[in-house]
Design a protein around this ligand. Structure first.
Ligand code: NAP
Length: 317
């Protein structure tokens, strides 16, 4: 497709269609800026793989990630925002505008809001890549149903690992959480639920050294980090939840990032490059939740608004 033939100038191009990007879109749309949200064809917002969000205010019990995103999208569209499926490969800048390059079009933009989120980290052990989709998974909501009455290993000790382990008990015969420490990082309420769940057991102070199986996962090799003893554990599935990496490859060296690769912003979501703002899980923040992503998105859109009004010479002082 000819990228040059379909050039459109937007006030704001938002990269990412999760809670941060869509909240920014709602604010940008209400400010009457010509706004487009680019939704990656390759990476879905993490919240879409979350079956139950129970800490987003306003929903007693829980709301599914899908339902939340659906509502956010419809709300953004009601303010005239376009939402387009397009994977961003690069962002450039000429004298006047930014060019957000996607797989089939270039979007010219006066300002850009990066809300591209993060994706699950790999464990980096032997057998992980080979057996991906054959028992190795990074998403309980996506793959849990394939493990009815099976033995599942969950790797990690954070909120995601414990929450997903609890979810997987709906299907599995047993869920064993393997954690490299002797206590969980996860929030207490999740810990309490996991400790009182009959299907869940724990292997502490241990790391996975290898995932084994000819055609599908059959077992893992664990190493106790204190005693250095190794142990083979038979299982049908290995679900890995050991943190996330920011989706910022398309930014190359355009923006300053921290040592883990997250985009550095100030408290107004302003990045090291004038006119580019970042919000949500892709930025250096201490808490990565739906509610904080939404807050970030609102602030990013507000900062973009001040930037655009200044650019247009219509700043309200
Ligand atoms: P996380 O908090 O970074 O936890 C990652 C876990 O994996 C840690 O327990 C870590 O061990 C372990 N780990 C990391 N690398 C490992 C390796 N190579 N081998 C073995 N274990 C390894 O990540 P997360 O649980 O995905 O959570 C990410 C963010 O999302 C957090 O801010 C969390 O609060 C948030 N979150 C919130 C909710 C909720 O509120 N319901 C749900 C999910 C996620 P150590 O503890 O030793 O570092």
């Amino acid at each position: 497709m000819d990228k040059e033939n379909k050039r459109v100038l937007f006030d704001t191009v938002i990269v990412g269609c999760g809670p941060a990007g869509l909240t920014a879109a709602i604010y940008s749309g209400r400010a009457r800026f010509k706004t487009v949200v680019l939704q990656s064809r390759l990476v879905a917002s993490q919240v879409l793989t979350t079956s139950e969000v129970e800490n987003y205010p306003g929903f007693v019990g829980a709301v599914s990630g899908f339902e939340l995103i659906d509502k956010f999208q419809k709300q953004a569209e009601s303010f005239g925002v376009e939402i387009v499926s397009a994977t961003v490969s690069e962002i450039r800048k000429n004298k006047e505008n930014f060019q957000v390059v996607t797989d089939d079009q270039i979007y010219d933009a006066k300002s850009v809001i990066i809300a591209s989120g993060a994706q699950p980290k790999e464990l980096g052990v032997d057998g992980e890549i080979r057996l991906r989709g054959k028992g190795v998974s990074y998403c309980g909501t996506c793959d849990g149903a394939f493990f009815r009455n099976k033995k599942i290993i969950v790797v990690g000790g954070g909120d995601t690992a414990v929450e997903e382990a609890l979810f997987l008990t709906k299907f599995a015969e047993t869920v064993t959480i393997v954690h490299r420490r002797d206590r969980l990082r996860a929030v207490k309420i999740l810990e309490e639920r996991a400790f009182s769940c009959e299907k869940i057991s724990f292997i502490w102070d241990s790391v996975v050294r290898q995932i084994e199986g000819a055609e599908k996962v059959e077992s893992i090799i664990l190493e106790n980090v204190k005693s250095k003893e190794k142990e083979k554990v038979f299982c049908d599935g290995v679900f890995i939840f050991v943190g996330y990496l920011p989706n910022v490859g398309f930014m190359k060296d355009f923006l300053d990032k921290d040592e883990k690769g997250y985009i550095i912003t100030d408290s107004n979501m302003v990045t090291s490059h004038s006119g580019i703002f970042a919000c949500g899980d892709c930025r250096n923040t201490s808490l990565r939740q739906v509610i904080t992503a939404c807050g970030d998105g609102a602030i990013a859109a507000q900062s973009a608004r001040y930037y655009l009004e200044e650019l247009m010479g219509v700043g309200y002082k």
